[in-house]
Write a protein that binds this ligand. Sequence first.
Ligand SMILES: [Zn+2]
Length: 287
Amino acid sequence: MKKLLFIYLFLLFVLSATVAGENRVVVIGIDGWTASSLSKADLPTVKRMMREGASTLSVVDELPTNSPTNWSSLFMSVGPDAHGLTSEGPMKAGYVPKYPSVFTLLRDQKPQSEIGAFYEWHKIKRLFSKGALNHSQHLPRMFDVSLVLSVAPYIKQKKPTLLFFHIDATDHRGHTNGFDSPKYLKTLEKYDKKIGKIENFVKKADVFADTVFMLVTDHGGKGFHHGGDSPEERYTPLVVYGKNVKKGYVIEREVKIEDIPATIAFILGVEPPEEWIGTPIDEIFMK
Ligand SMILES: [Zn+2]
C-alpha cells in the first residue's frame, strides 16, 4: 500500500512538473489611458480581466506625465531623476537607455527567452536595448485596429516569454478629440475587443495556463493634454490577470509605476539590479 502511495505521489509530481510550464507575461500598454474611462466606456474585456484578476485605478505615474518619462520608468524601474528621459528629444537612433530594462534582465538571465514587442508608436523602440528583443515590429496606420491581428502568427509560432504590445491610438484620440471624449472612449472600446483577441491567440498557442496578462499605461490625460500633475493625468489603471493571480482582488496599497517592471521580473523569476526602485506587487498572487 505504501508503495502504491509512493508511486501515486511520484506520478503526481511528474505530472504537475510537466503541466505547469514556464511563466510568461503579455504586457498590453494603452498609451494615455485614463482611470475615469473605466466608468464611461463599454470595456467588456478589460472589466472581465478586472473581475477575474487584480487591479487598481491609481498607479502613481512620474512627472512630467508624458510617454518617454513613464515608459522608461515602466521598463527600467527607476524614476526620471535616474533615467533622465523627460522628453522625446534624446530618443534618437542610437539612444542607449541608462538602466537595464525588464527586457534586458530577461535576456541576460534567461538568454533562451523569446521576447517580442509590437508598437504603434515607433519611437518606443529606442527604449528597448539593443539585442534584448528577438522580434520588434512597428504597427503603422494608427487606428487601423486590424493590425492587432498581425501579432497572431508570432504568438502561435514563438510562444513568447515576454510580449509587449503598445497601443498609441488612445493617446492620439485624447489629443485630437479630448481625453474621455466620445471618440476617445469609442477608440478604447475598439481596442478592448482586440485585447480579447490577443488573449485568444495566447489560448490558441496553448500557453494560456502559463501566462499573466498586464494592462498598463504611461499616463492619463485631461482636456486635450497630459504632462501635468492633476489626478486625471497622474493616477492610472493597472490590471493583472491570468496564471496564479487572485480573482477580483483590489490592490489597496499605493502602487508606483516602477512596481510594474518589478512585478514582471518577479513573475519571470529574474533578479532585479540594486538600482531598481520598484517593489513587486506580490500580494496579488495566490500562494
Ligand atoms: Zn500624448
